[in-house]
Design a protein around this ligand. Structure first.
Ligand SMILES: *[C@@H]1O[C@H](CO)[C@@H](O)[C@H](O)[C@H]1NC(C)=O
Ligand SMILES: *[C@@H]1O[C@H](CO)[C@@H](O)[C@H](O)[C@H]1NC(C)=O
Ligand SMILES: *[C@@H]1O[C@H](CO)[C@@H](O)[C@H](O)[C@H]1NC(C)=O
Ligand SMILES: *[C@@H]1O[C@H](CO)[C@@H](O)[C@H](O)[C@H]1NC(C)=O
Ligand SMILES: *[C@@H]1O[C@H](CO)[C@@H](O)[C@H](O)[C@H]1NC(C)=O
Ligand SMILES: *[C@@H]1O[C@H](CO)[C@@H](O)[C@H](O)[C@H]1NC(C)=O
Ligand SMILES: *[C@@H]1O[C@H](CO)[C@@H](O)[C@H](O)[C@H]1NC(C)=O
Ligand SMILES: *[C@@H]1O[C@H](CO)[C@@H](O)[C@H](O)[C@H]1NC(C)=O
Ligand SMILES: *[C@@H]1O[C@H](CO)[C@@H](O)[C@H](O)[C@H]1NC(C)=O
Ligand SMILES: *[C@@H]1O[C@H](CO)[C@@H](O)[C@H](O)[C@H]1NC(C)=O
Length: 413
């Protein structure tokens, strides 16, 4: 009676075991965990296309990509090379059939290496656009013996007070990555990580390069005029394209003005109220990193939670709900009367160019899904000159390096 059933069961079993056989025979069978790179995990260094995310090497022939963000490119592949310099990157090779053919928003997926690729050929794993020969982002691999903190990020040593690495909590943290992210408006986000007595803040906005990004804490005793007594950082790019951040204090709803007697009012740098800051007591925000990529301004800075400056800085209690304020607007470049970059009135509407919210910096928050996608991604490369006026081209440090290595197009009419 049950004979037919047995046959069906048996057939099913056959299919089932066949399925296993097939999937095992796929590179899986020949995929042990012998490479010293197995278990390695690192963050991607962003170069272009707003690449963020993690790489984990799962075994000798596969890796995992997680929390991955990328703006789509033309012909994008995983790419191996022996060193991250431009020459060696360009001489690299495709390491997988996987094609990165879309915009990624917090994506997680596994990737198999090509049959002919092994980890010991890959010192740098990049996300590479073949068409433009450009690096969107990369990870420098380590077998773990030289860079142990990557495998146990929680044991990463605290940054040592004053060296150039300050602000990165270990060799594998890249400056574009943070523990938390909050959306302030469609075009503006704040990312942050707590690090002992300090907070690292990343301001990120799809704005023109001439615009500022302001963010800070409101005075907890402020009444209806929430900005008064606010302690904010103002970040942007100089006319030469260099990133900066300054420590500001707000005494009035107006741009910074200095009276005849030298007293300052409005939205002014802390240093202006004091006249100067010879010992670094009031200028307490410290630039860690900044870039302008894909029409997005990104600046990472660090401030103490509780500053030595009790006059123009507010203490941030990291376990409390505190009101923070933010704004975007046009920056006024320095002139002879006001030798500082100063923010101009942000205008409106609320929640687009300015706003406030309650933030507990100890809360784990990540509400930023996918990369910021600026409408104009090329503004910084555009130089407009009047007809018949000479255009002087000079060489100097490439502030938008690598771009990809070259601007994709140079037109001279
Ligand atoms: C990168 O390539 C150059 C030759 O183009 C070579 O001299 C150099 O050693 C390479 N870098 C590394 C780290 O292997
Ligand atoms: C990208 O490729 C994958 C796999 O080949 C496919 O499923 C997906 O639809 C493609 N996405 C786009 C936007 O073409
Ligand atoms: C593996 O083969 C592909 C094409 O089949 C080639 O493009 C690639 O360079 C090869 N990789 C290595 C490491 O030889
Ligand atoms: C790990 O890397 C270091 C430096 O790159 C090297 O000296 C060491 O031999 C490597 N260890 C293994 C097991 O490959
Ligand atoms: C950096 O810190 C070390 C000790 O931690 C100190 O000896 C050195 O003077 C400091 N350098 C600067 C530039 O402050
Ligand atoms: C604050 O200090 C930085 C160096 O840490 C400096 O570049 C900047 O000009 C200072 N800002 C003001 C307003 O003095
Ligand atoms: C932070 O706030 C909590 C709760 O209000 C309080 O217990 C703690 O003492 C405050 N910490 C500091 C450094 O002010
Ligand atoms: C802090 O803020 C959170 C979220 O906004 C809220 O749920 C909580 O009740 C607040 N706590 C206090 C003590 O106000
Ligand atoms: C702030 O967040 C931390 C961690 O989630 C929590 O322990 C603390 O109670 C929160 N504070 C308030 C006032 O809600
Ligand atoms: C991103 O994905 C992770 C799981 O991989 C999830 O925990 C997290 O909430 C996601 N973040 C956003 C902003 O959607």
């Amino acid at each position: 009676m049950n004979y037919n059933l047995l046959i069906i069961l048996g057939y099913g079993f056959l299919l089932f075991s066949n399925f296993f056989f097939v999937s095992n025979a796929d590179p899986g069978q020949s995929c042990p965990n012998t490479s010293p790179f197995v278990g390695f995990k690192s963050e991607f260094t962003m170069v272009q296309h707003q690449v963020r995310g993690f790489l984990t090497i799962t075994d000798d022939c596969s890796f995992r990509i997680s929390q991955f963000d990328m703006l789509s490119g033309s012909d994008v592949h995983f790419w191996g090379s022996i060193a991250p310099d431009f020459d060696n990157l360009t001489k690299g090779f495709i390491v997988s059939d996987y094609k990165l053919n879309e915009t990624y928003k917090n994506a997680s997926f596994s990737v198999k290496l090509s049959q002919n690729a092994t980890w010991d050929q890959i010192q740098v794993l990049s996300i590479w656009d073949l068409l433009t020969e450009s690096d969107f982002g990369h990870v420098i691999l380590s077998n773990g013996s030289d860079l142990a903190p990557a495998l146990s990020p929680n044991l990463a040593p605290a940054p040592s007070g004053n060296d150039s690495e300050e602000g990165k909590s270990g060799p594998f943290r890249v400056p574009t990555m943070f523990d938390n992210c909050k959306v302030l408006s469609n075009d503006y986000r704040i990312r942050w990580s707590l690090d002992g007595d300090f907070i690292d803040i990343g301001l990120e906005a799809a704005i023109n390069i001439q615009n500022y990004m302001a963010f800070g804490w409101a005075n907890p005793n402020a009444n209806s005029e929430i900005m008064i007594g606010g302690d904010v950082a103002v970040a942007g790019f100089s006319e030469e394209g260099m990133p900066f951040v300054d420590d500001f204090f707000i005494t009035r709803y107006s741009e910074c003005t200095i009276d005849k007697d030298g007293s300052a009012h409005g939205v002014c740098p802390d240093t202006i109220y004091e006249g100067s800051d010879p010992v670094g007591l009031v200028n307490n925000t410290k630039l860690i990193y900044g870039h302008r990529r894909d029409g997005v301004s990104f600046i990472r800075y660090r401030r103490p939670l509780v500053s030595v400056d009790t006059k123009y800085d507010l203490p941030v209690n990291y376990t409390e709900n505190m009101t923070v304020i933010w704004a975007l607007g046009l920056m006024r470049p320095p002139d002879t009367i006001r030798p500082y970059y100063l923010p101009q009135n942000h205008g409106g509407p609320m929640s687009v160019t300015y706003g406030h919210l309650v933030l507990n910096v100890s809360d784990q928050v990540n509400e930023c899904l996918g990369p910021l996608d600026a409408a104009d991604k090329e503004d910084q490369d555009l130089i407009i000159a009047d007809a018949n006026k000479p255009l002087v081209v000079t060489t100097g440090p490439a502030i938008h390096y690598p771009n990809p290595p070259n601007p994709s197009k140079v037109y001279v009419h």
